[in-house]
Design a protein around this ligand. Structure first.
Ligand SMILES: Cc1cc2nc3c(=O)[nH]c(=O)nc-3n(C[C@H](O)[C@H](O)[C@H](O)COP(=O)(O)OP(=O)(O)OC[C@H]3O[C@@H](n4cnc5c(N)ncnc54)[C@H](O)[C@@H]3O)c2cc1C
Length: 358
């Protein structure tokens, strides 16, 4: 009987356990989870679980990962989006893709995804789930294979104990705390991507993307947020030359924001009398970004160095050790990419272990 330990019962750890248990009876799998099994799935996709993104080409899919892109070409060639969707279908989780390609369960419920994965897990008698935080390598000495699937909170020390290195960690897919504050709850659209003003600063998909692409940018920094399409505004001003500028600008921006950026006089001035200078002065919001808003952080950039694992997720330092999911130095943009990596890495690591023990 081969004994396999999985540290972390989140997305990748549980899928890895399922793949192992479904394909061998000659193993005993122990999941060590310090919190509740699969609780990390519940908040995903705002409770709807955006579990993948329908990009079939592995190279195109990999482009959505600011860290890990090249490493992922071969990963997604061997376990891609279609295979993931098929896998979930077999687990009783039917999916659909929305107009932007994001994949969700038909139930739109991360609770359902959790329940179906749990139901599959507990079918297997050779599975043990132990509520425990693993903090050192020696606690796992009795196991033939070890899979570390600790995500971004809690298992970096364990990786270090196995003599792996961790690339610098930084917040990604998060909001920003800014020096200047604008009316909280107000949203603007920047080329199709919403930006939301919060009581701490800014958030929303536009900011999430920046925080991922600029995860290692030094703080504080200046950010110029484009507010409107100048040509479209000027066209509208020409058509409504006798109307108040504030009213016309209100067709492009929320009224409360217009009142913040225009003084009384300019608000009530007729469009025909507004200078280009003023338009240029207000076309962008100049913000000072002080720091990432760690409370809303979705993923961590950085993690176990990819140079130290092979493309089966097997450690090059310790042969019986694997790392999967977010603990690795891989992170994707918003849109189901992080869970897709959790699933692909889990399946490929499990298959490598199964091959070795067969
Ligand atoms: C609010 C929110 C919404 C998100 N929405 C989406 C989304 O819609 N789509 C998407 O693709 N991604 C989303 N993500 C990111 C996604 O959830 C993660 O990338 C994914 O869960 C990573 O899977 P994982 O298995 O690596 O880690 P996790 O799912 O985080 O699981 C790690 C588990 O390991 C346990 N653990 C850690 N250390 C130890 C230890 N030493 N001993 C024992 N147990 C340990 C933790 O308690 C945890 O349960 C979201 C993240 C957040 C925070």
């Amino acid at each position: 009987m081969t004994k396999i330990a999985i540290v972390g019962g989140g997305a990748s750890g549980c899928l890895c356990a399922i793949e192992l248990l479904q394909n061998s009876t000659n193993i005993e799998v122990t999941i060590f989870e310090k919190n509740k099994i699969l609780a990390t799935i519940l908040p995903t996709g705002g409770g709807r679980c955006n579990l993948s993104n329908f990009i079939e080409d592995s190279i195109e899919l990999s482009k959505n990962y600011p860290r890990g892109e090249k490493f992922l070409y071969s990963v997604f060639k061997r376990f891609n989006v279609s295979q993931t969707i098929e896998y979930f279908k077999k687990l009783g989780i039917k999916t659909y893709k929305d107009t932007s390609g994001k994949v969700y369960p038909v139930s739109n419920s991360s609770k359902e995804v959790r329940e179906k994965l749990l139901a599959e897990l507990i079918k297997h008698k050779n599975l043990k789930c132990i509520k425990k935080e693993i903090t050192s390598a020696h606690e796992l000495a009795e196991f033939d294979y070890i899979v570390i699937a600790g995500g971004s909170k809690g298992a970096y020390e364990l990786a270090l104990d196995f003599e792996h290195t961790i690339t610098p960690l930084a917040s990604a897919l998060c909001g920003y705390i800014t020096k200047e504050k604008y009316p909280s709850g107000v949203a603007i659209d920047i080329k199709g991507e919403p930006l939301l003003f919060t009581h701490k600063g800014i958030s929303g998909p536009y900011v999430f993307k920046l925080s991922s692409l600029w995860a290692y940018k030094e703080y504080p920094f200046e950010l110029n947020v484009p507010l409107f399409d100048i040509c479209a505004l000027k066209e509208e001003m020409q058509k409504n030359s006798k109307k108040e500028f504030g009213t016309i600008l209100g067709n492009f921006l929320p009224k409360s924001l217009v009142k913040e950026i225009l003084d009384e006089k300019n608000y009530h001035t007729k469009c025909a009398e507004i200078s280009n200078k003023l338009i240029n002065e207000i076309k962008e919001l100049n913000l000072t970004v002080l720091e990432p808003d760690k409370v809303g952080e979705t993923v961590k950039a950085g993690g176990v160095n990819l140079k130290e694992i092979d493309n089966h997720f097997n450690s090059k330092i310790c042969n019986r050790l694997y790392f999967i999911g977010e603990i690795l130095d891989v992170d994707g943009l918003c849109g189901g990419f992080n869970l897709q990596f959790a699933w692909s890495s889990a399946i490929l690591a499990a298959r490598d272990i199964l091959k070795k023990i067969s």
